[in-house]
Design a protein around this ligand. Sequence first.
Ligand code: IMP
Length: 218
Amino acid sequence: MTQTVVMTKKTLVFASNNAHKLEEIRAILGSKFEVKSLREIGCEADIPETGSTFEANALQKAMYVKEHFGMDCFADDSGLQVDALGGEPGVFSARYAANCGKAVGNNKDEANMDALLEKLAAIAPRQIGEGPLAGTEGWDACFRTSIALIYEGCEYYFDGTVSGHIISEKRGDGGFGYDPIFVPEGYGETFAELGAEVKNGISHRARAVGKLAEFLGV
Ligand code: IMP
């Protein structure tokens, strides 16, 4: 007698409705997990993100799902940290211009970059002495992602960082957010110039998701 063994995938909620992020996550975890978005589990709430760290915000979102829907879940929170500004914009990255009291208009990313460059204009940049940017000026910075996972009754965190420099001129039209003014370490072009394939190989998000996938055995 032959037996057919049907493997059912475990369901894991990704506390996001961002189509691009969901596609990226499903491509990585999809062989082993059914990854559901907030909308797919019927969560229409605008989950508060009031923490002062990326970790706290990610946990706040994952906890919300666990408490209201009883499902295993992970959430991410990301942002840019500039050394010369003591880590700003940090958790305020998405709303930095508004936080600085600037008019935002209909292009939030432009307004955020302008607000950041205006603040940095008052701080002397560093002369970059090494790598493809040697001989130019910039401000040391990094992008960070924190993922909080609530899985089988425990909490786990996965971090990803990409270091680099903020430059004073916007370059390139790919990507989003602060990509046109961020040059990753070891490169001479901004994230917006490098394009999705290069960026997705070295980004903060890719590094954090890689650690999550490794933990989940994918
Ligand atoms: P989120 O937590 O991934 O939604 O990121 C919050 C904010 O950080 C975004 O709205 C962007 O302003 C900024 N940010 C996060 N990741 C990136 C990136 O890869 N490139 C540029 N900006 C980013």
